[in-house]
Ligand binder design. Structure first.
Ligand SMILES: [Zn+2]
Length: 401
């Protein structure tokens, strides 16, 4: 993105987009609300119907089509994605090989373990995420191969597509339908409809510990349970069979080999547990934080009814928040996931296009009076997430006082 465009994004983000969270006692009739509700037994609908496509949505698609087709641009990544993927895989392989085979001091081993965790998260953001959405290439087979990057890092890409592409992307921040927002229960209270327990008061303090162990839960508990039962969050899905099942199991076996068995054979020492903990803690925190900054902040809406008043595109914008859009280095590492609004609107477009799409989305929002949400910096986004966790942890009588 040109510096001028980046500067424009920054200024608009600060001047026009920075919006205040709704007041704590906001209880509008609309089912889309950022307010906090006091009813612990808030009903959870299992079906949602979005209204017909709005004029805003049509106009947005027309403008984005113009960006791609008018200039003859591909919606996919091309050689830039190939180069980026190679860099990220080399980062992981290099860190792992140094850790395994180079004579390193203890402090160097600690840094390399952090590096392994960061590289795994980076591959997750940039490589497997785009590929599983079909955004890496126009060739479906290449997307399929690249999506297997997730299996090589311990989690099933087959289950990911069901949970992330279908459930989370269709129903972000809708009660009972978005697995990401329900995943922390009962340890975390991320949404107003979730029951409040005494320990949620301290969730801004201990949330990082939970993030740190969530990869273990993902690899060794959720994935195996969902593959065996054929259910995700109580909902049945067509079970994995044949090649799909084989690929999921082979990916797990390969991951266990390089991440746990081989290190234990090469370095049979108790110190390994500390290094594993550091790598997993880093991976879990980085992955979870990026999700939290996009959806678990006061500016995002939370939907508690079976009917949504806005069409699908406006719902994505209402429940998703961009952050630090001018930070090019962060955007590179996060695979464009600081542009989550654009990702939710155009998940099949390669993330390399998100900065350019952000300007189009923002202009279209301004033209149609749709509220676009953005935190200007990483620090302000982290502060907004901390404030939301604190607010969700308050005793109910204080939430509305
Ligand atoms: Zn996605």
């Amino acid at each position: 993105m040109a510096p001028r465009e980046r500067g424009k994004l920054k200024s608009v983000c600060r001047k026009h987009i920075r919006l205040q969270p709704p007041p704590l006692d906001d209880r509008r009739d609309t089912p889309v609300t950022g307010g906090v509700h006091t009813d612990r037994q808030m009903p959870i609908e299992t079906r949602v119907r979005f209204p017909e496509r709005s004029a805003f949505h049509d106009d947005l698609n027309r403008r984005v089509d113009g960006y791609f087709e008018g200039e003859g641009r591909s919606r996919h990544g091309g050689w830039r994605m190939a180069a980026k993927s190679a860099v990220l895989f080399a980062w992981l392989a290099g860190s792992w090989c140094l850790l395994m085979f180079a004579p390193v001091h203890a402090w160097e081993a600690v840094l390399l373990s952090v590096s392994v965790g960061l590289a795994m998260a980076g591959i997750g953001f940039s490589v497997m995420h785009d590929a599983n959405h079909g955004g890496t290439s126009s060739d479906g087979r290449l997307n399929g191969v690249m999506s297997f990057a997730l299996d090589l890092m311990g989690a099933s890409s087959f289950l990911w597509r069901l949970k992330h592409n279908v459930q989370h992307h269709t129903y972000p921040n809708i009660s009972g339908l978005d697995p990401d927002i329900e995943a922390g229960s009962p340890f975390l209270r991320l949404a107003p409809w979730q029951p409040r327990r005494w320990h949620h008061r301290f969730q801004p303090l201990y949330v990082w510990l939970l993030y740190g162990v969530f990869p273990l839960q993902w690899w060794f508990f959720h994935d195996p349970r969902e593959l065996v039962t054929g259910r995700i969050g109580g909902k049945q899905f067509p079970p994995a069979r044949g090649w799909t099942l084989f690929a999921a199991l082979a990916g797990k076996a390969f991951f266990l080999g390089w991440a746990f068995v081989l290190p234990a054979l090469l370095h049979p020492s108790w110190a390994l547990f500390g290094l594993w903990a550091i790598a997993i803690f880093t991976l879990g925190n980085v992955l979870a934080a990026v999700f939290q900054l996009a959806h678990c902040v006061g500016e995002a809406d939370f939907v508690v009814s079976g009917r949504v008043d806005t069409d699908w595109a406006e719902h994505q914008i209402a429940t998703t928040v961009d952050f630090a859009r001018s930070n090019a280095l962060l955007g590179w590492y996060l695979g464009g996931l600081n542009f989550q609004v654009e990702h939710h609107l155009f998940p099949r477009v390669c993330h390399l296009h998100y900065p350019a799409l952000a300007a189009i989305v923002e202009e279209t929002c301004l033209a149609h009076g749709v509220r676009y949400r953005c935190e200007p910096t990483l620090r302000s986004a982290l502060a907004a997430n901390f404030a939301w966790l604190h607010r969700m942890g308050l005793p109910l009588r204080l939430e509305v006082s």
